[in-house]
Design a protein around this ligand. Sequence first.
Ligand code: PLP
Length: 375
Amino acid sequence: PSLFTDVELAAPVVIFQLTADYKADPSDKKINLGVGAYRTDEGQPWVLPVVRSLVLGKDSPAILQNRAGGVQSISGTGALRLAAEFLFRFYNKREKSTAVYVSSPTWGNQTAVFKNAGFTDHRTYRYWDADQCALDYKGMLEDIENAPEFSIFILHGCAHNPTGLDPSHEEWIGIAEACKRRNIFPVLDCAYQGFASGDPDVDAWSTRKFVELGFELLVCQSFAKNFGLYNERIGNLCLVMRDSPTLSRCRSQVELIVRAMYSNPPNHGARIVATTLSNPALKQEWLDNLHTMASRIKAMRHLLHSKLRSKGTPGNWDHIITQIGMFSYTGLNASQVEFLRKRHIYLLSSGRINMCGITTSNIDYLVESIHDAVT
Ligand code: PLP
C-alpha cells in the first residue's frame, strides 16, 4: 500500500474552483470575472508546465499509469520547501520526528529548509572520502542500513553539490536496494539536470532507477541552471505515488500548501521552459545549448588536470576529471585557499570551486597559483 493512504483530498480553493468551472463551461457567452489578475485580450490562464516527463522520461510507467504529477515551485529551493512541508504534515506521523538525512557534505540549504518545515532530527550519511577524493560508498551503504526505518534521505540526483562526485550506475543500484531494505523515503534533489553529462536523460538515470524499483518519492527540479533562468525562480516538485488516487490526494494537499505560502508561482520563466520543452525545434536547440555548457566545463576540467600534471604539482589531481557538473572539490585545504585569496583567487574554504570560473585566459595564472599554494 501507499505510504500516504491517510492523506485526504483537500477542499478546492474557491477561486481556483471558480476558474476551473469557468473553463469547463462550454457556453460561448461565458465571462470570467472571478480571478483577481490582469488578463490580456487573449488571456489564457496559465497551464502548469508538463515538465515531469523531463525528469521521469516520457515513457515512464509512473506517467503512463497517471501516478506521477508536478506542482510548479519557486525554483529548486521552493520545490524542497514544498517537499519538506508536505512530508512534515503527511509523512512524519510517528511519535518521534522522522530522521532526515543529507549527504556529508551537502548544499547547506537542504537541512535548513527541512528544519524550517519543522523536522528536528537531522543527520548525515557518509559520502565524500577526503583521503581518496572519492565516494565513500561503503560508508554510505552502512549509514543507510543503520538508519531508522522510514527515514527520509535527500539524494542529489546528479552533479552532487559541492563535491562534483556522483555514484556510478552500479553504486546507485546498491544505494537504491539498501534504501528499499530500510523502507527509506527518497527525495531526489535535481538542481543540475543536464549539467553533469550534457544530456538531461542521462542525468535523470538515478531518479528513473528509483521509480523503476517501485519507490514512492519526491523529485525537486530546478530550471535555474539548465535553462540559465537563475532569477526567474522556476522549478517543479514531482510526486511519484503508488497509484492515481493517492497522487490526486497528495497533490491537492501540496496545492493547498502553495496557496497559503505564496498563492501562485511566477509565470514568465515557466512559460519559457514549457514552450521550449514542448516545441521540438526549440527543445533541440536547448539540448545543444546544454551540451555546449557541459562541454566547456569538461574541457576546463581536462585542461586544469593536464596543466597541473605537466607542471608536476604535488598531489593526485585525477578527481578533477572524474568529478562532474559545475563543482569540483579540489582537495585544497583552508590555508591553501587563504594563500590563493592573497593571489586574488576566490573559492570556498572547503576547497570547492566552480569550474565555470575557469577560462582559457585565466587558467595559467590559476595553475601557477595552485602550484605555489601546495608547494
Ligand atoms: N539543490 C542543490 C543541491 C543546489 O545546489 C541548489 C542550488 O544551488 C538548489 C537545490 C536550489 O536551486 P535554486 O536556485 O533553483 O533554488
